[in-house]
Design a protein around this ligand. Structure first.
Ligand code: GRF
Length: 228
């Protein structure tokens, strides 16, 4: 008798909401192209018809919708309907630049995630890279978090740290952070899809997660001791 074959587990259905370039969408499309990745993208929604990111969806054969409704409530109800029709189990904000209706956020509570290009809770809101440079921090990075009604708040799932270089301007720092975003977002979504995240109050615990055994110094210790 042939040995029983393991039935492949259904992949988690994602909907990705974008407003612009869509490089994080592209990173998720690339991750989901691997058949062992535990999630697939069922729908892409843009609130802007001209969003360049929509072409990534088209090229990958992923259904997309444009919902340019000017009112926040109208967007929320149309998006909610489209998401439910698509069978989305997790809604992924990827450069989505509209503030979401609080009822929408509540009805997708703990199934709605965002990526922000700073180490939250530092520098929420617009231009976080510019804020980081203005504050003179030595490290910045990006954060994937569950979404709550207040902008860029909610339980943190994962973060990546990048150094700030002395010659950085906003574009250079953004580019360095973005490269980290493209690895962090697919990883965070995978942890969700594998059912490894537990939310208790404002904190997320990750089953089986091991923190890195490193401490980073900026400037590096080598330079500091050579000059000192
Ligand atoms: C990213 O930096 C993301 O963190 C922020 O908006 C930017 C979107 O970039 N929320 P893209 O559209 O994914 O290229």
């Amino acid at each position: 008798m042939a040995p029983p074959t393991a039935r492949p587990r259904a992949r988690l259905r994602l909907a990705v909401l974008i407003s612009g370039r869509g490089s994080n969408l592209q990173a998720l499309i690339r991750a989901a192209a691997d058949p062992v990745y535990p999630a697939e993208i069922a729908l892409v929604i843009s609130n802007r018809p001209e969003a360049p990111g929509l072409t990534h969806a088209t090229r990958a054969g992923i259904p997309s919708r444009t919902l340019p409704q000017p009112s926040r409530a109208a967007f929320a109800s149309d998006a909610d309907r489209a998401l439910r029709q698509s069978g989305a189990e997790l809604v992924v904000l990827a450069g989505f630049m509209r503030i979401l209706d609080s009822d929408f956020v509540e009805s997708w509570r703990d199934r709605l995630v965002n990526i922000h290009p700073s180490l939250l809770p530092a520098f929420p809101g617009l231009h976080p890279q510019r804020q980081a440079l203005a504050a003179g921090v030595r490290f910045s990075g990006c954060t994937v978090h569950f979404v709550r009604a207040e902008v860029d708040s909610g339980p943190i799932i994962a973060q990546a740290v990048v150094p700030v270089h002395p010659g950085d301007d906003e574009a250079l720092l953004s580019e360095r952070i973005l490269a980290a975003e493209h690895r962090l977002y697919p990883m965070a979504v995978r942890l969700f899809a594998e059912g490894r995240l537990e939310i208790a109050g404002d904190r997320v615990t990750i089953r089986g997660a091991v923190p890195p055994e490193i401490t980073l110094y900026n400037p590096s210790e080598v330079l500091a001791s050579a000059d000192g």
